[in-house]
Design a binder for this molecule. Sequence first.
Ligand SMILES: Cc1cc2nc3c(=O)[nH]c(=O)nc-3n(C[C@H](O)[C@H](O)[C@H](O)COP(=O)(O)OP(=O)(O)OC[C@H]3O[C@@H](n4cnc5c(N)ncnc54)[C@H](O)[C@@H]3O)c2cc1C
Length: 483
Amino acid sequence: MSQNPVIFWFRQDLRLTDNPGLAAAIRHGAPVIPVYILDDEGEGDWPLGGASRWWLHHSLESLGQSIKKKGGGLVLRHGPSLDILRGIIHQSRATGVFWNRRYEPDIIKRDTRIKSQLQSDGLEVHSFNGALLFEPWEIENKSGSPFKVFTPFWRHCSSLTPDRYELHPAPPTDGDHWAPASLLSQLKGQSLQSLELLPDIRWDSGFPERWTPGESGAMDNLKQFVDGAFENYGAGRDFPAQRGTSRLSPHLHFGEISPRQIWNFLASRSPDSRWRQSQYVSEIGWREFANHLLYHFPTTPRKPLREEFEAFPWQDDEDQYKAWCGGRTGYPIVDAGMRELWTTGWMHNRVRMIVASFLVKHLLTSWNRGAAWFWDTLVDADLASNTLGWQWAAGCGADAAPYFRIFNPILQGEKFDPDGTYVRHWVPEIRPIPTKYIHKPWETPDSIQKHHGVIIGGDYPAPIVDHREGRQAALEAFETIKK
Ligand SMILES: Cc1cc2nc3c(=O)[nH]c(=O)nc-3n(C[C@H](O)[C@H](O)[C@H](O)COP(=O)(O)OP(=O)(O)OC[C@H]3O[C@@H](n4cnc5c(N)ncnc54)[C@H](O)[C@@H]3O)c2cc1C
């Protein structure tokens, strides 16, 4: 090998197409060593949850195969990022490191340190935006401050978006842009299995039928969505029994697809520019907003943005929390959501809002505990979006639902799952209950319960908290912190 190589460090950008860091490394002209490092400690306060590890295993498998098909080989390593990078640099005599940026506060600190250490070792280091339409620091309101309300934030962003983005093509199949096999074998990457990302107890058996992690799975999902549910997204997105949303969240989180690719794809399929004002595009905007907030308010994964909530009198009852996690609260729409989450690693957005509201308001359990459970069980667990979602539900974040607006889980169920299809699927023990009672099965007359062989309080729990009492207690708790 005549020329010293450079390293492309894959992180949450597990794709070959529209990967600006990878494209720049290849443009640089030196052979590229593609590396992924599993760095548990480097993730700081938020090491990967169990469901995310499952996703990562399969995503890396897919990425490794794609790189192989293009004539390269992905080097996998496990350990502290800086040590691993320095080891590879030492062995390969690499002269530069390229990566795409991440925006979690602990990662920003770690990456800043790594960048300056590598630069002082004499390396060139380049980082890029591969995850967002806008860098969080590029967007500010008229007084030069970060936005705290979504609508003006997204209006401002929308005025800056182009009709189409210039995408970075995937590396061509022929060509000698990858480091040669002889060097890769010297570097002795680890096997995917040795990263031990898959769980010992196979609670993940429901995941494979729902998901195809990896770049082509992401693109297939996007195509299926745009050719199908997109048209009716505004109305269909709230009904959890329908496949009304794109289910791209884990693909976006792991960077198997970029928001710019979604943008261009929508543009390519639409005869006019109306799609730009669609509800779907504004959801992509919420993802941008979540990252904007996390960047500007880095303490929010632990602390409420609205400081008065630090004094909130949470009750944190352990048995109730366990009943919530396990989908045994006695409220079918809540239990269905929690079981969907456990079985598939994902939950419909409307149901996320319902279960989150129920935990923080009816059960007076702190939003951090809900966020932690989601963190471990969601395949799309994302520090920016999860923090935003939980602080929204608890009323303590930017642009949050007012605290006193308390979701009624019975009415929410009746409105968004009117014939009970969703709850019957996920809570099979109440399947025979007539639709009239499906969202409040405790009201089913005894004779009907007996007739259908479903006893509430036996086969399925009675509600762990009465809705009216829970609501009242939540309002009283809120009074104690109101200014
Ligand atoms: C309590 C709570 C916790 C949440 N935790 C997460 C999380 O950890 N990771 C995560 O990706 N989303 C989270 N969300 C947001 C939202 O529920 C999911 O992004 C959405 O359900 C993913 O499904 P989808 O891909 O089919 O979404 P679609 O409706 O198809 O939306 C397209 C994309 O827009 C983005 N998006 C949509 N809604 C939101 C939102 N409210 N906030 C930020 N981005 C959004 C996602 O990237 C999504 O893939 C949370 C919401 C709540 C209420």
